[in-house]
Design a protein around this ligand. Structure first.
Ligand code: SF4
Length: 297
């Protein structure tokens, strides 16, 4: 039975078995008692379909959250006439916003790895499909690659905003997506995991400070920036740049940083943006109460 506690364990397994990361993850899943390769792939196909539908929904339907904080941002970005770095990145950013809006409007999303960070993987996969004509079977393999990074991150750090801040949510999602991109573009196993480490370095220390405690602001923009982080990190890794700190050590560092972070910055909505004057005014309006205790009052 494969035992994967580190990314390097997966890389070693692949070298010993002369197999790919998706094959290693299928072996891992089967060893956990999943029924068959076919069943796992069918489940991933459904997962991908939900991701694609969420992107479509966010870009075509009215997206207005009950709090009023998110208002069709995805469509606004998708249709914007000025691109900072070209249309593909503009669309990727819009797709990440789209799924975040669907999530905030209580629509159906895939929590990969969490609902708060659910925009990054779909935006990545849909963008890779469109820009690189990646076939569906390969995109499903990409999901297995993302799962390999997610598995090791979950074992050695935390997906929870309450433990690792937004670094644990959108940071880990960016790492999963960065590895997926490298795999889909034919990078080596070393480059694939290197991309995860680079993405996490870019998200190190990112706090969780949701306004009014709702997964809307700054969550949506953190998904948008997360997808940009993923493509940036993948680009660096694919170019062959090797980071000084190995990806497994970067994951351990995220755990330490999460532990050092103040509880006010870990999903409690007590600090950071959640404690900004405007955020507190929004919080009062959302909950229609003057009893909301403002920190510092
Ligand atoms: S700010 Fe907090 S709630 Fe929002 S996406 Fe990040 S971790 Fe999740």
């Amino acid at each position: 039975m494969p035992t994967f506690n580190l990314l390097s364990d997966i890389a070693t397994y692949c070298a010993e078995k002369n197999c790919s990361i998706p094959d290693a993850m299928l072996d891992y899943e089967l060893a956990q008692g999943r029924s068959s390769r076919e069943a796992i792939l069918a489940m991933l196909d459904k997962t991908l379909a939900v991701m694609e539908q969420a992107v479509e929904q966010g870009l075509t339907q009215l997206m207005l959250t009950k709090s009023g904080m998110l208002k069709n941002w995805a469509k606004t970005v998708f249709e914007a006439k000025v691109s900072t770095l070209g249309l593909p990145l503009q669309k990727a950013v819009a797709r990440a916003l789209a799924v975040s809006e669907v999530n905030a409007c209580m629509g159906k999303i895939v929590a990969a790895p969490t609902a708060g960070s659910s925009g990054i993987m779909p935006a990545t996969l849909v963008t890779m499909r469109e820009e690189h004509q990646i076939p569906r079977e390969k995109l499903i393999e990409g999901l297995l690659v993302s799962a390999s990074v997610g598995l090791i991150f979950a074992k050695n750090s935390s997906f929870a905003g309450s433990e690792a801040g937004c670094m644990g949510e959108t940071g880990s999602a960016a790492a999963m997506a960065a590895s997926t991109i490298v795999y889909l573009l034919g990078g080596t196993i070393e480059q694939t995991f290197e991309a995860a480490g680079i993405a996490l370095k870019g998200a190190m220390g990112l706090v969780c400070d949701p306004v009014a405690g709702l997964v809307e602001e700054p969550c949506a923009v953190r998904n948008a920036i997360g997808v940009a982080n993923a493509f940036t990190s993948a680009q660096i890794a694919l170019a062959g740049v090797k980071s000084l700190i190995p990806p497994d050590e970067v994951i351990f560092a995220t755990k330490e940083v999460g532990e050092l972070m103040s509880p006010r910055l870990k999903e409690s909505a007590l600090g950071g943006l959640a404690n900004a004057k405007t955020a507190r005014e929004i919080q009062k309006k959302v909950f229609r109460s003057d009893d909301v205790k403002l920190i510092g009052e």
